[in-house]
Design a protein around this ligand. Structure first.
Ligand code: GUN
Length: 291
């Protein structure tokens, strides 16, 4: 079994990006600038956004964190987005999801200038992705592709089963794995809450990508020998004995599934850090495109 070490690969990618930023600086060019909007006080979202800002510092990007209260109206958020759309210093920005319930997420994502949409969530960018056009690929699926690529995991002709059809991970992942090229050329099954006999489907999979958010969902008996297992789940489980009051777990029963898998991502240290590295990569691309 080979561990797909997202911590190491994301560090390599950050070093590569930092090197490019150094060159940009030495040429007297503007460095990439990422902004992130977070609405409300959700602990996990605040942690993710803080990690994104910290990663910007690490590679030499400029960053701006915009915090808005939980009571923010849709109009107030749309105004802030317009401000970032028009600010020439900001190369790319993200709105951390989920948003409070008074705000329509689709309306908000539509308001982002697609040229600055480094999350790749705007329908224009999502459509381009589906049509094999050059665009911003959503960071988590992009990170998974990069992991498969850097470890030389064969995807061509393989049966990939994606668990979960979220707009952020499952849906784009199912499109990307079926695209022409590498990683891609897979035969894809997208499973979700209405899927029947899921064990029968997962046990035929060469590659399983689980993005469900249910701890220990994927058990050893659901996985065939030598399968590649990608765990996108990040769930906080309350644990008073832990210093933080919780621990992080994925969708996969790692202890038992890892005994059967050929490649597997750990949680934490697998897909999570890759997401941040690929957001930086998209921001660098946004800056390059402005030139
Ligand atoms: N919430 C969970 N994942 C993501 C992500 O990749 N981007 C944003 N903006 N919000 C998220």
């Amino acid at each position: 079994m080979v561990l797909l070490d997202g911590k190491k690969i994301s560090n390599d990618i950050k070093n590569e990006i930092a090197e490019q930023v150094k060159k940009m600086k030495s040429r007297g060019e503007k460095v990439p600038h990422l902004a992130a909007i977070i609405v409300g006080n959700d602990g996990a979202s605040l942690t993710y956004v803080a990690s994104k800002v910290k990663a910007c510092e690490r590679v030499g990007f400029d960053s701006t964190l915009i915090r808005m209260p939980n009571t923010t109206s849709e109009i107030e958020l749309l105004d802030k987005i317009e401000e970032l759309n028009l600010n020439p210093d900001i190369d790319g920005f993200i709105i951390q999801l989920p948003l409070p319930k008074q705000i329509n997420t689709q309306k908000v994502l539509l308001a982002v200038n697609p040229e600055k949409d480094v999350d790749g969530f705007h329908p224009t960018n999502f459509g381009k992705m589906a049509l094999d056009m050059s665009t911003f690929i959503p960071a988590t699926p992009f990170g998974i592709l990069e992991l498969l690529d850097r470890y030389g995991v064969e995807t061509q002709g393989k049966h990939t089963v994606v668990i979960g059809r979220s707009h952020i991970v499952g849906r784009p992942m199912s499109i990307l794995m079926g695209r022409k090229g590498f990683p891609g050329n897979s035969t894809v099954t997208l499973t979700h809450s209405h899927t029947k006999n899921i064990t029968q489907i997962t046990s035929q999979a060469d590659i399983i990508i689980s993005a469900l958010g249910v701890p220990n969902f994927l058990k050893a008996e659901m996985v065939k020998d030598d399968a590649v297992v990608i765990d996108v789940g990040i769930t906080r489980v309350i644990d008073e004995t832990n210093e933080k009051g919780y621990y992080i777990t994925g969708d996969v029963d790692f202890e038992n599934v890892s005994k059967k898998a050929s490649f597997i991502t750990p949680v934490p240290g697998g897909v999570g850090p890759m997401t941040i590295a690929m957001l930086l990569k998209n921001t660098l691309l946004a800056r390059e495109r402005q030139n």
